[in-house]
Every structure is written in C-alpha cells, then in structure tokens.
Design a protein around this ligand. Structure first.
Ligand SMILES: C[S@@+](CC[C@H](N)C(=O)[O-])C[C@H]1O[C@@H](n2cnc3c(N)ncnc32)[C@H](O)[C@@H]1O
Length: 250
C-alpha cells in the first residue's frame, strides 16, 4: 500500500493495488513509479507527488463511512484508559463502519467484532479488507445473544442498549478487564450505569471530550468558528470481582 500526496494541493490518495497505473485528479502515476523507492514522483501531467507507506491514520481517514463512527478524540481516550497493547484480546460491538475496531486492531493482538445489521456488516467487511489489517474476527451476530470468546481483556460497546450485553461481558472479561461504553445520550448512560452497578463490573468514570481546532496562520491566532461538539459519552468500567469472589460473598 502507498500514500500519494499531491504537493501543490495537499490532496491524498491511498493506493491499495500496486499492479497498475494510478489515476488521480492531477494525472496518472505509473505503476513503475509506485513500485519504486522514490519519495517524489511526477504524474503524466507534470504534477509532483510525495509517496510513502501510509500510517494507520492515513488508512483510517479513507474508510467508507456508514453508521456514525467513533472519532479520533474518543478513540484516543479509549486507547489511553485501557492500556491496549499487543497482547490484548478485544471484543467490539457494533462494528458499524469499523472506525473503532480497526483503530483497536492496529494495536491489539486480536479484535473480535459483532455487527448484526447485514448492510453494515458488508460495509464493515469491505473496510476491514481494504485496510489490510488481518487480526479481526468478524461475526454477523447479535452480541446480546452472547460472546463466543474467553479471557477477553477489553470490551467496547457502541450500540443502543449496551446494558443488554452486561451478562455476556461479565462471563468473558478477565479480572481487571475493561468495559468501555460509548453512548450519545445521557439517558442511555443512566440506564447503563444503573444496570452495571448490579453486576461484577464496576464503573470507573464517565467522560465527554470536546475538541476545538485553532486557526494558526500568520497574524491570525484564534479558535475555528466551527467546532466538533458533542459526539458521545464514554463510560469506563472494569471487572473487579470474579465468580469465586461472588461465591464467597453469597
Ligand atoms: C453507531 S454504529 C457503531 C460504529 C462503530 N463503533 C464505528 O466506530 O464505526 C452502531 C452499530 O451497532 C450495530 N448493532 C446494534 N445493536 C447490535 C447488537 N445487538 N449486536 C451487534 N451489533 C449491533 C448497528 O447495526 C450499528 O452498525
């Protein structure tokens, strides 16, 4: 895979298939140039492009959007709070466009994804294939019916009724494992937190992140007029009791 950036306009192109010439709005880049190690290539119309191996955010930006995706500010916090790493086994539902599950798979050992809607599943499967990320196991199933995995380190839920997945999450999370719930409405957060309080999973905190970009150009130093407002609330939980503990207590 290669990333092309047109020097003049800054327009980006992700080239997934390096077996033929690539057509851009500013001319054609030859397959020979794409296969080469050159950092600077020129289209047949004389436009200059930088080319290099894409990083994960370059791939993430090009995902085809369908259902409302989790955005980078929230993904960043999930990564920071859960400590996800190369040995983490993660379950994510619903998969949606794959924005969150792909970002997690970029860091984790394995991500098991549930998406029950056939249309969303198709889009998700395509986005996963096109990303080139291989450590995702995809299930076209309803997560409320159970999770077919054991010893899960992190579960992320971005679906309308996450409280219905608590029994399944309790069963498969390791002790100390993280459950992260992303919800757009506070009413949903309330129902979820009331339900999770009755389980072996304990609430740590609920956070909303606001992101404001700034215009920094010569004499102009001010916030952008438009900002990314509310996306969702993130509720972070951990499994703090295991079955043995519950048995002893009862
Ligand atoms: C808002 S989208 C998720 C977006 C995704 N987190 C992303 O970053 O691209 C919610 C998805 O959950 C799926 N969904 C809802 N309930 C579900 C369930 N019980 N099991 C599996 N998927 C479910 C929906 O079909 C929808 O695609």
């Amino acid at each position: 895979m290669k990333l092309l950036i047109e020097q003049q306009s800054g327009k980006k192109y992700l080239v997934r298939d390096i077996t033929e010439d690539f057509h851009t709005f500013s001319g054609v880049i030859s397959c020979k140039d794409l296969k080469s190690k050159k950092n600077l290539v020129v289209s047949n119309t004389g436009k200059k492009f930088l080319q290099f191996t894409p990083t994960f955010p370059d791939i993430w930006e090009q995902l085809q959007r369908g259902p409302q995706a989790v955005l980078q500010k929230d993904i960043g916090l999930i990564i920071a709070k859960t400590g996800i790493n190369g040995s983490s086994v993660v379950v994510d539902a619903g998969g949606g466009s794959g924005s969150l599950c792909l970002a997690l798979a970029n860091l984790a050992k394995k991500v098991i994804v549930y998406e029950r809607n056939p249309e969303h599943y198709k889009l998700l499967a395509r986005n996963i294939t096109q990303s080139g990320i291989k450590n995702i196991e995809l299930h076209q199933e309803n997560i409320y019916d159970g999770i077919a995995a054991k010893e899960v380190d992190i579960i992320t839920l971005d679906l309308p009724e996450p409280w219905r997945a608590i029994p399944a999450a309790e069963k498969v999370l390791v002790l100390g494992g993280h459950l992260v719930v992303y919800l757009p409405n506070l009413t949903q957060v309330q129902i979820f937190t009331d339900a999770v309080r009755k389980s072996s999973i304990k609430i740590v905190e609920t956070i909303e992140l606001l992101e404001r970009k700034w215009k920094v150009e010569g004499e102009i130093l001010r916030p952008e007029f438009q900002m990314l407002g509310h996306t969702g609330f993130l509720t972070f939980c951990r499994k703090l009791h295991d079955d043995t503990y519950k048995d002893k207590k009862n």
